[in-house]
Design a protein around this ligand. Structure first.
Ligand code: IVH
Length: 701
């Protein structure tokens, strides 16, 4: 059968593309396209080669495991080849059933014969490493390379604290441990934070990493071990390479699970999510369970791996073209995808901050459909040079807001049909896109701001939402949709207008039932009785958060005293510095702001005024506390308020500087990290004791 000319051409193109992208990925640690796109090209080539076996050549990208040794590291020939793993791309539960059916067929099992025992594991998204221990001492660490020959990266791997350099005396004389070196998401974020600082200071040759896996790969293959040491890496073991055979005194393992438990006993990190599973349905359940947990794991996974548990059965099943028949990777939706930029809009926030947002052709990434990605500010948009018409990589991992990782420069290379049309470089408008007022970027600031103040509808909307939020005046039911209707329909213009709304005006809004209109009016009525700190916070004065509002109320007692305070008087308030004092003073200098306050009072908004009081003792001043999980009776906001009132700083992530972690039900990685760092962990009762008695109280470990 002759092969059509287009097919020959396509096969050649695919091979060129795959060689190029494999080199970018494995050798330069700087991929240009997302994995999912690479897989697609790879599978297209596989399919063409399967349909036309005469086209198959030994140097086809489908015939190698990937990765060539970089110049500069010594080469290591693996004693046992480092294999690849077959990928089940059917991300539905049926993926697991396909694998089970295949295994049973290969083993010649009839339907009525008992189910097969499997081990289910996470598929870590890092890079494969072989650790060689001789006489219990780690003598070598090597990358996978092309599966036969890898690179000696022992120096760099030694910097990973989790990897034991010496094993207990009961380990076999020769032991090769295989596993994944990866970077936790929080470590990745702080590394990139440091990189951005270095770049901002003009450092040459530094770059921001596109994802944790590339950062990890870059660190492992960093020629300078001193730099590698500054890159925080982690490790999980998932298998064996060479091991002393039983006849020479090595262990007699029967199953993969047993092997993994032995590795754990010898001190190697083995994930807590490894489990035994019987038959296809338990694999399906595992896939679902881990899928639900994926975002809350502290590191990226791109799927799960199923392995036949019995080593005898593994042997019987054997391999096809360098992939074992006894294992499969079952993927989840990719966390990086390609899409195109349809426009770049500028969003105006409550304080007038202008934020460029890329509107994207809808793309399914990390389990959700993404249509927007923030570009943060002008500098960031310029640095990434994102333009209308660009093909970009979008990343959404771990429940964070989607981000544009990079522009795919040679979009034409990804698909032979694409013809990219780039728009001009992004520039920030000098006029507010909502109200047309001048937008200015002050010196030393990254952001442009609209100078329109409450004249700007965007700022009015945000100002009203800020005022109405639960932690401020608390108007239940007054959400984004309703505020849009009220402002866009010119029903209200200012904050006091809220309290002048009548049933008729509200009920005449589209999709507003009488009952809901009545509820809004009730909520408005209820909100009038408030406290001075809530009211102050609700006004949305720049730099005045809840804590500052509380301090101001305590220090001055009365609103009028705050409104009339000079900058010098404001500076007497603990925690109020020159920028905050200036901001408060300027705010109350504006006649229209005073007018808003007066009208709100006239509408009946009121609070109890008091006398100035001295600062309450702050038993937890200087202490940093992290909250995680659900507490039995306190909400997160309540716990935070109580802690801040006692002078503690409430932080979002656990580090060596954390003094206490307060953990409730379903506490996740923060609790793990606290335990790993030896930070004191408290439950709600412990928290109450700490607040009552101060840090002297004895706490549970
Ligand atoms: S087993 C013979 N288990 O996925 C099977 N691999 O191509 C060898 N990976 O680069 C691999 N998590 O580094 C196995 N729990 C896991 C894994 C895992 C991640 C990586 C591995 C390799 C790729 C498989």
């Amino acid at each position: 059968m002759s092969v059509p000319a287009e097919t020959l051409q396509r096969v050649a193109t695919l091979r060129t593309l795959l060689h190029h992208h494999a080199h970018r990925y494995y050798v330069q640690d700087e991929p240009e396209i997302p994995d999912a796109q690479y897989d697609k090209l790879f599978q297209e080539l596989q399919a063409l080669e399967a349909a036309h076996p005469e086209l198959l050549t030994p140097d086809s990208p489908t015939q190698r495991v990937g990765g060539k040794a970089l110049e500069g590291f010594a080469k290591v020939r693996h004693k046992v080849p480092m294999l690849s793993i077959r990928t089940e791309t059917d991300i539905e539960a049926s993926g697991a059933r396909n694998f089970d059916a295949r295994v049973r067929r290969e083993l010649g099992l009839a339907a009525q014969e008992p189910p097969i025992e499997y081990v289910a594991e996470l598929k870590f998204d890092g890079l494969a490493i072989n650790l060689r221990y001789e006489g219990g001492v780690m003598v070598q660490a090597a990358t996978r390379g092309d599966g036969e020959i890898g690179e000696d990266v022992t120096q760099n791997i030694r910097t990973i604290g989790q990897i034991p350099l010496r094993l207990p005396s009961d380990c076999p004389p020769v032991l090769e441990v295989r596993g994944e070196v990866y970077m936790r998401r929080d470590d990745f974020e702080s590394l990139n934070e440091r990189q951005r600082e270095k770049i901002a200071k003009g450092a040459k040759g530094e770059k921001v990493f596109v994802n944790p896996r590339n950062a990890a790969a870059g660190a492992v293959r960093q020629l300078d071990p001193a730099i590698a040491r500054q890159r925080p890496l982690s490790f999980f073991a998932y298998g064996l390479g060479e091991i002393t055979p039983p006849e020479q005194g090595g262990p007699k393992f029967q199953t993969h699970h047993e092997t993994m438990m032995a590795l754990r006993d010898w001190g190697l990190p083995v994930s807590m999510h490894i489990t035994q599973a019987t038959g296809a349905e338990e694999l399906v359940a595992y896939h679902q369970r881990i899928g639900a947990l994926r975002d809350s794991l502290p590191f990226d996974i791109d799927g799960v791996v199923y392995k036949v548990n019995s080593l005898a059965l593994q042997k019987q099943l054997g391999f096809v073209s360098r992939e074992p028949r006894w294992a499969v990777a079952h993927k989840y939706p990719a966390q990086e995808q390609m899409t195109t930029v349809e426009s770049i809009d500028v969003f105006v926030g409550r304080t007038g901050k202008l934020t460029p947002v890329a509107r994207l052709a809808p793309v399914f990434v990390g389990g959700v459909t993404v249509t927007n990605a923030t570009l943060h500010n002008e500098d960031e948009a310029r640095r990434k040079d994102v333009r209308v018409g660009d093909t970009v990589i979008v990343r959404r991992a771990g429940d964070v807001i989607p981000e544009i990782v990079s522009v795919v420069m040679d979009a034409a290379q990804v698909s032979v049909h694409a013809s990219p049309h780039r728009g001009p470089p992004f520039t920030m408008p000098r006029q507010c896109p909502v109200c047309g007022s001048t937008a200015v970027r002050e010196e030393g600031e990254a952001d442009y701001r609209c100078t329109g103040g409450l004249f700007c509808a965007a700022q009015r909307k945000q100002a009203i939402l800020h005022f109405a939020q639960r932690r401020a005046i608390d108007i239940e039911g007054l959400g984004e949709k309703l505020v849009d209707q009220l402002i866009d329909g010119d029903v209200i213009k200012t904050l006091p207008d809220l309290y002048r709304l009548g049933l008729v005006a509200l009920a005449s809004l589209e999709r507003m039932a009488d009952k809901s209109a009545q509820n809004i009016l009730l909520a408005l009525e209820k909100s009038k009785q408030t406290t001075l700190p809530r009211f102050l916070f609700g006004l949305g004065i720049r730099h005045v958060g809840e804590a500052t509002a509380k301090e101001l109320a305590r220090h001055f007692g009365k609103l009028d005293a705050i409104m009339d305070a000079s900058v010098a008087q404001l500076l007497e308030v603990p925690d109020v510095g020159p920028i905050v004092a200036e901001s408060i003073h300027t705010f109350f200098e504006q006649p229209h702001n005073r007018e808003v306050v007066e009208q709100l009072r006239a509408c009946g908004v009121s609070w109890e005024e008091g006398e100035p009081t001295a600062r309450a003792p702050k038993p937890l001043a200087g202490k940093t506390v992290v909250l995680t999980g659900t507490l039995p009776t306190l909400s997160r906001d309540e716990a935070k308020d109580m802690l801040e009132a006692a002078g503690a700083k409430v932080a979002g992530s656990v580090s060596k500087k954390t003094d206490y972690v307060v953990a409730g039900a379903e506490a996740g990685s923060k609790l793990e990290k606290a335990q790993a760092l030896g930070v004191v962990v408290l439950d709600e009762e412990g928290l109450r004791a700490l607040l009552a008695d101060g840090p002297s109280v004895s706490s549970q470990p």
